[in-house]
Design a protein around this ligand. Sequence first.
Ligand SMILES: [Zn+2]
Ligand SMILES: [Zn+2]
Ligand SMILES: [Zn+2]
Ligand SMILES: [Zn+2]
Length: 335
Amino acid sequence: MRVSGLVIRTGVPLPPASGPVRQAMMHKDGVAALRESMRLYGQFCRSISLTWGLSLAHLPSWASTTEELHRRGLWMMNAQRDFLIHVWSRARRQLRANIEVRTLPSSWSAGPPTSDRWSHYQYTAMVRSLHLPHDTRQPTYPWHDLEAAARTSLARAVDAYNFLEDSELSELAHRHVHHVAALVGGLFGCNIEYSDDTYWDVCRLTLMHSRWGMSAGFTSTRNCSLCAQDIETCQHLLDTQYEATVRHDAHGTCNACGQISCPHTDGETVSAFPRPVMSELHIHEVSLVSRPRDPLARFLKVEMSRDALLQCLGEDPSGRDICCYRCLHPCSGFD
Ligand SMILES: [Zn+2]
Ligand SMILES: [Zn+2]
Ligand SMILES: [Zn+2]
Ligand SMILES: [Zn+2]
């Protein structure tokens, strides 16, 4: 079985292998990820109700559909799946129709196409054909902005769980991932990837429920985040704050706080503690463990066996698109 994933992050402070400093760093990074995910999720819900006019009462949620499955006594996988597809596609159609009515020029509002197949490209082509002034000709299609925000919220929710799994916040983080994953899968879809003649499981929710990660044996230099010299020999002391000029590196990591999304802007002067940053990383071996040194070192895609697919689908999919609906279902536990 082939897999692909993240082995270790570089350029950010990694928690030590064990001890109270590890726990404190995991808690801090986990809470930051959870907060960012919840903020995006909240903005998403606000935007679809205030801007796009879809009442939140009409938006299914993982909790409400799970409850409804129990109430209706739907225990079989197929019956559950049909019900979940039905409620989510109804919400998706309504949201798309609302967006189309509100974004198309008034001449189209009499009868904008509302089919699910109505794509960004068709939309752009039609708007172009109206010969609108240059700056309004290629609007950013709001559906894509909503989708990007929801998918980022899901990625950060999974990060949060990976940081918080051994803390008192683990169940909160776990349930939050289900909420966001159902929203993303239900409104925007979760597809099984097909490449290199192979189907790959890329469902964030399903992959998160398999608790394997990767621990790398490596050597690296530890440089100072403030002066980029060897932290053992540079003039900065770890417990002292210094005035630092903010800069973000090529990956977007801030030298002052070590985060990727932070409130600092390049050129600004802030007080910051020096932090050790790994560079010149050499990986010697990778082992599979349940608690990787870097909590985010997890699988991002896993090869799916043809036999299992055949059994699931009743036929060989031979390259055609397969959708994942597992992220809409109630939780079936961790492995
Ligand atoms: Zn999925
Ligand atoms: Zn230094
Ligand atoms: Zn920063
Ligand atoms: Zn779960």
